[in-house]
Design a protein around this ligand. Structure first.
Ligand code: UN1
Length: 511
C-alpha cells in the first residue's frame, strides 16, 4: 500500500522511540495489528519490554531538565514545525488512519486536520501561559500566580482517534514545558509510529535531545500499568472506556498523581417540536454513524417529541437507506467497519438485548457478509425504538446503534431523559424556540461537558475545552484553558516593604 511506504512504515519496525532514535526490543513478542478494512495483518512490531520502559523514563527525565528551561515560545516553534510537517503528510496519514481504524477517508483526513489545528492553537498558546495578579491584603506586598512545567506526562490513547487525541494532549503539554511518554492503543500502532517518525524529523532538524517526545508500544502489564504506577509521572492523561479509566484513576490516585480522564459518553440529541428537520436529520445521521458509531461523542440516543416522532423516524429511515457501507478508503462509502471482531460481538449482543428488553429494531441490526465485507467487521447502522426504562440504553455500546426515545411534555422532560444516564460527555438540542434552548443551557439543563444547540453531539472544534462529567471522568483537553492541566500552579507573595505584617491580622511580637 502506497501510504505505508510514504510514511516509511516498512519492516523492520520498532515500538520504542525517544525522538529521533528507535530502539528495537529483544523479544519474540510481536504485535501484528489487524485492519478491519480487509482483515489483513499489515505490520509486525516487536512489543516493548519493561526494561525498555525504564530506559525511556530515564531519558525523559533528563530531557525535562532541558525542555522546561527553554522559553515557551521556542517550544512553540518546535510545535509549529511539527504542525507544518504533519500538513505535508496529511494525505498518507489520513489514508493510514482510515485503514487502521476503519473510519471513512474524509474522517481520517479530518482527524489529521484536527492535529494540525491543535498544533496551531498550541503555538499561539505558547505566548500566552498567563498567570494572574491579584491584590494583597497587606501593604507593600504583591500576590500573583504563575504556571510552571509539570514534568513527564503519560498520554494513553484509544483506537478511535489515534492522532488527534495525542495531539490535543501532547502539543499542549509540549508548549507547557512537559515531556511526554505516549502509549497508543495497540490496535492502531501504525499511526503512532508514522507520527513519531514525523516528529523525529523535527527533533533531528532542531538538534533536540532525546526524550522530549517518546513513544512506547506495549501491552497493559509491561507498559500501561508501569506508567500508572510510576511516581516519576505526575500526570496521566487517559482516553478509553469507563472500566479502564476507573482502573487508571484508582492506580494513579493511590500514589496521589493527577489524571485527565476522557472516558465514555452516552450522548443524546433532543428533537423539539419546533426543530428545523432539514438540519437536524443530517446532524443526527452523522452523529450516529460517523466513525461507525465509535466516537466518544457519537449520538447514541434521540429524544423526540411525540408530535413529530413519526415524521422524524420516517426521515431517518430514508436517510439510513441512502448510506453506503463498505471499504472506507473508497470515498463513496459513508460507513466503514467496526474496529475488530470483539466489537462486532458487542454490537450483536446489544441488538439482542434491544429485542429482549421490549425494544424494536426499526432499521438494520445485522452483521454484513459477502465479498465486500470479508474482514467480518462490517455491520448495518441500526435504529431501535426503545422503552424509557430499557437497560441497554444506559450502556455505551461502541457501535452505530441509535436508540429512539419519545417525550410528550415540555423540554424539562426531555432534559431529564437526556441527563438520566451515568455518562456526561456531549449533548444537543434542535429547537428554534429560544426559551427551550436557553433552558437546555441553563443550570437546570444539560449536565454534560458539551452542550450544543442546532448542531449534533460530535465533531467538536479544537478551540473549546473537550471532556465531560460523571462517568466521562471530568477531564478537559484541547482548547480554552485546558493547558493549565499540564502545568503546576504556584501562588507567589512578595513583600517589598521593610515590615513583616502577617495575614489575617495576626500579631506575633518578638520584642
Ligand atoms: C473521541 O471520540 O475520543 O468531537 C474524540 C469529536 C472529535 C473528537 C472525538 N473532534 O467528535
Amino acid at each position: 500500500m502506497k501510504f505505508l511506504k510514504e510514511l516509511s512504515l516498512e519492516s523492520p519496525l520498532s515500538s520504542v522511540s525517544t525522538g529521533k532514535d528507535w530502539k528495537t526490543a529483544k523479544t519474540t513478542n510481536l504485535l501484528k495489528p489487524f485492519s478491519p478494512v480487509d482483515g489483513s495483518h499489515y505490520l509486525e512490531i516487536p512489543l516493548a519490554t519493561s526494561e525498555q520502559y525504564t530506559e525511556v523514563v530515564a531519558t525523559a527525565k533528563d530531557a525535562f531538565i532541558y525542555w522546561r528551561s527553554l522559553p515557551a515560545p521556542r517550544r512553540g516553534e518546535i510545535v509549529r514545525q511539527i504542525g507544518e510537517k504533519v500538513r505535508l503528510y496529511k494525505q498518507p496519514l489520513g489514508h493510514l488512519i482510515s485503514y487502521e481504524t476503519g473510519k471513512p477517508l474524509q474522517e481520517g483526513l479530518g482527524e489529521v486536520q484536527e492535529m494540525i489545528d491543535v498544533c496551531d492553537f498550541a503555538v499561539g498558546q505558547s505566548r500566552m501561559l498567563y498567570g494572574m495578579t491579584t491584590v494583597s491584603e497587606r501593604p507593600q506586598h504583591k500576590l500573583y500566580e504563575q504556571y510552571h512545567p509539570l514534568g513527564i506526562v503519560g498520554v494513553i490513547t484509544a483506537f478511535n482517534f489515534p492522532l488527534a487525541v495525542y495531539g490535543w494532549n501532547t502539543m499542549l503539554a509540549a508548549i507547557c514545558g512537559d515531556v511526554v511518554i505516549w502509549k497508543p492503543s495497540s490496535k492502531v500502532p501504525g499511526t503512532a509510529i508514522a507520527l513519531q517518525k514525523i516528529i523525529g524529523e523535527v527533533c533531528l532538524e532542531n538538534n533536540l535531545p532525546e526524550g522530549i517526545f517518546n513513544l512506547i508500544i506495549g501491552n497493559r502489564d509491561e507498559v500501561g500499568n508501569s506508567m500508572l504506577e510510576d511516581t516519576s509521572i505526575p500526570l496521566i492523561s487517559f482516553t478509553g472506556s469507563v472500566a479502564s479509566g476507573k482502573h487508571a484513576a484508582e492506580v494513579v490516585s493511590r500514589r496521589l498523581g493527577r489524571t485527565i480522564l476522557e472516558l465514555g459518553g452516552n450522548n443524546a440529541i433532543i428533537i423539539a417540536p419546533s426543530a428545523d428537520l432539514k438540519i437536524a436529520i443530517p446532524a443526527v445521521v452523522f452523529g450516529a454513524v460517523g466513525t461507525t458509531g465509535q466516537r466518544c461523542t457519537t449520538t447514541r440516543r434521540l429524544i423526540i417529541h411525540d408530535s413529530i416522532y413519526d415524521t422524524v423516524v420516517k426521515k431517518l429511515r430514508t436517510a439510513y437507506e441512502s448510506l453506503n457501507i463498505g471499504n472506507p478508503l473508497n470515498e463513496i462509502n459513508h460507513i466503514g467497519p467496526l474496529i475488530d471482531l470483539q466489537s462486532v460481538h458487542d454490537y450483536r449482543e446489544a441488538v439482542e438485548a434491544i429485542t429482549a428488553q421490549d425494544g424494536e429494531i426499526i432499521y438494520g441490526g445485522n452483521v454484513l457478509f459477502g465479498p465486500n465485507y470479508e474482514s467480518g467487521c462490517y455491520v448495518e447502522p441500526t435504529l431501535a425504538a426503545v422503552q424509557p426504562n430499557c437497560l441497554i440504553v444506559q450502556e455505551e455500546t461502541f457501535a452505530p446503534i441509535l436508540y429512539l426515545l419519545r417525550y410528550s411534555g415540555s423540554v424539562d422532560e426531555a432534559i431529564a431523559i437526556q441527563n438520566g444516564v451515568r455518562q456526561g460527555l456531549s449533548s444537543s438540542i434542535f429547537t428554534t424556540d429560544m426559551r427551550e434552548s436557553e433552558m437546555f443551557l441553563s443550570t437546570v439543563g444539560s449536565d454534560c461537558g458539551i452542550a450544543n444547540v442546532n448542531i449534533g453531539t460530535s465533531g467538536a472544534e479544537i478551540g473549546g475545552a473537550f471532556g465531560g462529567e460523571k462517568e466521562t471522568g471530568g477531564g478537559r483537553e484541547s482548547g480554552s484553558d485546558s493547558w493549565k492541566g499540564y502545568m503546576r500552579r504556584q501562588t507567589v507573595t512578595v513583600n517589598y516593604g521593610s515590615e513583616l505584617p502577617l495575614a489575617q491580622g495576626i500579631n506575633f511580637d518578638l520584642s
